[in-house]
Write a protein that binds this ligand. Sequence first.
Ligand SMILES: [Zn+2]
Length: 259
Amino acid sequence: MTMGPSWRPGCRRHCRRWCHVALVGLLVAVAGACTHNPTGAASPSAPVPAAPTTAPPVSDPTPTPTPSASSTALGLAMQQDLRPQFQHGPKPAEYQKYIVLHDTEGGGTPASVVAWWANEGQLIAAHFVIGTDGTVLLVVPLDVIAHHAGFGDTGHDAAYGVPEDGRDDRRGTRPVGAWASDYGMNSYSVGIELIHKGQHAAYPQAQLDALDRVIAYIDAYYGFESTIIDHKAWRTGNSDTSRAFATYLAAYQDHRTHT
Ligand SMILES: [Zn+2]
């Protein structure tokens, strides 16, 4: 995801550019991190790199978190595919403020989305990916920074109360322009990626039910309710979440379930 002069705000354009970059085989660097998968599933012929066996590349390794809530107790059948390449620094509970909702703008399954991220050499990922069938995959531990929100509008660090304090290693990050120079959100949030494509396509009931449970799990994990936003709130011009999600977002922000 290199940001040349033709790049303009908006995840759709952004992701198409990523796709192009991927196709020509260039190294894709994390910039205005958006975790969309424009191609849907990973190429079935592409090798999936094995998860590194070395310790996560964080400068100040976070102790293994002790969840205050059991996913099983909350009816959350959560799978894990924790990949150190997606971990960018410590995010202990005192820094948790937001839940940022995303759409992949592509198809596939949670496993194929994660494989696509990894295959592309990107360092971006959301903490959770939720499939259309309600499958939930945890990709980054909650107490670790993930590059999912990327750059936001200039002034949003202050507006959202997310000052940059150096915890985010910003590996692979590139500026996207003076209009979006703030990068604090990753350090204060959990990102959730919904597998979904299009501005008007419906969100399956199973997926929304799973999102309800994931949000309840995050709330219980930290012991407080994080503010729920979507990606385009952080960066003006993003297309995610879709227009079809607007009523659900309002419901989540009001009472934390989609109904
Ligand atoms: Zn996004």
